[in-house]
Write a protein that binds this ligand. Structure first.
Ligand code: ADP
Length: 393
């Protein structure tokens, strides 16, 4: 079966065409600047990258160009070969606890959460509508970033604010990166041959979150009402004292939106290092002795370590810690920095096992109290697998 996994943004659309059950990527690509001047797209197939420049007025134009591209490049012979389309949807609120088959009614229900994810959900829905038009007979599935976290209990998901804010406004922790944490949990459970594992899953990329999972159910996660909360990230601050917002607004004569924008886009590794949000640049600066780059990495690693220690306590002792995403999979330096900061938990890095990128491997010593595994994430595959499963129902 051939399944498309789609991630639609407000002006972009990412696709991966996956053959199942072989789990083989047939083609992938990205449409950029949709609805803007200079739109273009790339399709990767059999190791070659094809670049096209074409006016893409909206997501429907992009989807039509994708269908044409798949046929022109002979990736498929006819659109009938596409058996399903799975869509990443950022926010499913409290309602969507798992992936669902999409139709007009369900889309309407998802739109109810647009206010909670104004930059993402309307764009995700635009993508779905474009595919419904292009492939009207094909199953469309929504896979939510929030769904995996809906097993959290009030004690974890509530903020200690007036209870009515939760009841009347939906103010609570939702959590994100759920599809990645769910995939990593599935992988490590399969690898270790157990489904009752207590897992601390660290997704540390440009966006970063940590999730405590017990027997496949999320107990707590570090992102919150929005993805701004929790860990320090590439450009996001992570947890802060909310009172600094009015203080900075007054001092710098900024609006609330401007301060929140700075917390999302000018903070984190970028804000502290002053070098870059990309840890590769930060690592280069560290090698040159840049003090703020050293501080930025130290802060980033310490916050990850602190969350691991907290979740180890919450879980009553974790069975395994997993590292994934851009930094978790690739940054040898960051992995080492994090693990050295959780030695009080009896976790011991084996430096000779840590010298690799992007593979599924254990990096701790045999006598480490908790093993740490690097588990490459694959949200697209998770989306495709959910689509396949729902197509059988
Ligand atoms: P996103 O949250 O945007 O999906 P990713 O998970 O792709 O982000 O992570 C991107 C980040 O991963 C980059 O900004 C970079 O900091 C880090 N990264 C990728 N490759 C390396 C590497 N070889 N060494 C260190 N850091 C890396």
């Amino acid at each position: 079966m051939k399944i498309l996994a789609i991630n639609a943004g407000s002006s972009s659309l990412k696709f991966t065409l996956i053959e199942l059950p072989e789990e083989k990527v047939l083609a992938s690509g990205l449409f950029e600047k949709i609805g803007m001047a200079g739109s273009f797209y790339t399709i990767k197939y059999q190791g070659e990258k094809h670049v096209f420049e074409k006016e893409l007025k909206d997501h429907s134009y992009a989807v039509d160009a994708l269908m044409q591209g798949l046929i022109d490049l002979k990736i498929i012979n006819s659109l009938d070969e596409i058996d399903g389309v799975g869509h990443r949807i950022v926010h499913g609120g409290q309602k969507f606890t798992e992936s669902v088959i999409l139709n007009d009614e369900v889309l309407e229900e998802i739109s109810a959460y647009n206010e909670l994810a104004p930059l993402h959900n309307p764009a995700n829905i635009m993508g779905v509508k474009a595919f419904m038009k292009a492939l009207p007979r094909v199953i469309q599935v929504g896979v939510f970033d929030t769904a995996f976290h809906t097993t959290m209990k009030e004690r974890e998901f509530l903020y200690a604010v007036p209870y009515e804010w939760y009841q009347d406004l939906g103010v609570r922790k939702y959590g994100f990166h759920g599809t990645s944490h769910r995939f990593v949990n599935k992988e490590i459970c399969e690898k270790l041959g157990r489904d009752d594992l207590k897992v601390i899953s660290c997704h540390i990329g440009n966006g970063a979150s940590i999730t405590a999972i017990d027997g496949g159910k999320v107990v707590d996660t570090s992102m919150g009402f929005t993805p701004l909360a929790g860990l320090m990230m590439g450009t996001r601050s992570g947890d802060i004292d909310a009172s600094l917002i009015p203080y900075v607004m007054n001092k710098l004569n900024l609006t609330c939106e401007e301060v929140v924008n700075d917390l999302n886009k000018k903070s984190g590794l970028l804000g502290i290092s002053g070098v870059s949000s990309d840890s590769r640049d930060v690592e280069d600066a560290i090698k040159e002795g840049n003090e703020r780059a050293i501080l930025a990495q130290d802060m980033y690693a310490q916050r990850v370590a602190n969350y691991i220690a907290m979740y180890n306590n919450l879980l009553g002792g974790a069975d395994v810690i997993t590292l994934t995403a851009g930094l978790g999979e690739n940054s040898i330096m960051m992995r080492e920095a994090i693990i050295n900061k959780i030695s009080s938990l009896g976790v011991k890095l084996d430096p000779s096992k840590n010298d690799f990128r992007g593979e599924f491997r254990c990096i701790t010593t045999d006598d480490s109290k908790i093993p740490v595994w690097v588990v490459p994430t694959n949200e697209e595959l998770m989306i495709a697998l959910d689509t396949l499963n729902l197509s059988k129902k």
